[in-house]
Design a protein around this ligand. Structure first.
Ligand SMILES: CC(C)(COP(=O)(O)OP(=O)(O)OC[C@H]1O[C@@H](n2cnc3c(N)ncnc32)[C@H](O)[C@@H]1OP(=O)(O)O)[C@@H](O)C(=O)NCCC(=O)NCCS
Length: 148
């Protein structure tokens, strides 16, 4: 348990995911502007493709979220990717982020996962420090290109 005794729970209901939009806004992409129906459809598709979500709740208040999914390819099913980790500003530095990551690591390990991957913006200093503190190392550079 973290310093605030906040439980980490599986998030399986689209309604719970919709509650996370304000938290997820911190990662960019203006999720509040995406139609609710689109989010529900995408959430269901993610679940079909093996995504798992975990949430941290202080009573009824959602204070953290994370998503993990298998990087499926024809050669290997042992690499998983973390995505969409956010902890409410008022609840940071209490161990909740670490426990959300551990929930994902346990989930992947239980399904034969051997390696976790994640991407973080170079200038996101708090997240870079966080991942290094919990044992992650820089292993690659990530390239991206707009298709617009
Ligand atoms: C990154 C984030 C998820 C960390 O969540 P958190 O609940 O505050 O992290 P924890 O309390 O579990 O921290 C775990 C360790 O990382 C360290 N850490 C976390 N944030 C830190 C910061 N801003 N500066 C320095 N160290 C930090 C903690 O000190 C802690 O170390 P300790 O256990 O030795 O004390 C949170 O800051 C956040 O939501 N940021 C905005 C969204 C974001 O950037 N997400 C990642 C996108 S890739």
């Amino acid at each position: 348990m973290n310093n605030k005794n906040i439980p980490i729970l599986p998030l399986t209901e689209p309604a719970d995911y919709l509650e996370a939009l304000d938290l997820l806004a911190e990662l960019g992409g203006s999720p509040r502007t995406i139609p609710e129906e689109t989010i529900r459809t995408n959430f269901a598709l993610c679940r079909q493709q093996g995504h798992a979500f975990f949430q941290a709740r202080d009573g009824r208040k959602l204070v953290g979220i994370i998503n993990i999914f298998p990087m499926i390819n024809a050669l290997s099913l042992t690499t998983w990717r973390i995505n969409g980790l956010v902890v409410d500003k008022a609840y940071r530095k209490a161990g909740i982020g670490r426990h959300l990551m551990q929930a994902c690591e346990n989930h992947a390990r239980a399904q034969g996962g051997k390696t976790m991957l994640l991407g973080v913006l170079t200038d996101n200093e708090q997240a870079n420090t966080f991942y290094e503190t919990i044992g992650y190392k820089v292993s690659a550079r990530q390239f991206s290109k707009s298709l617009a």
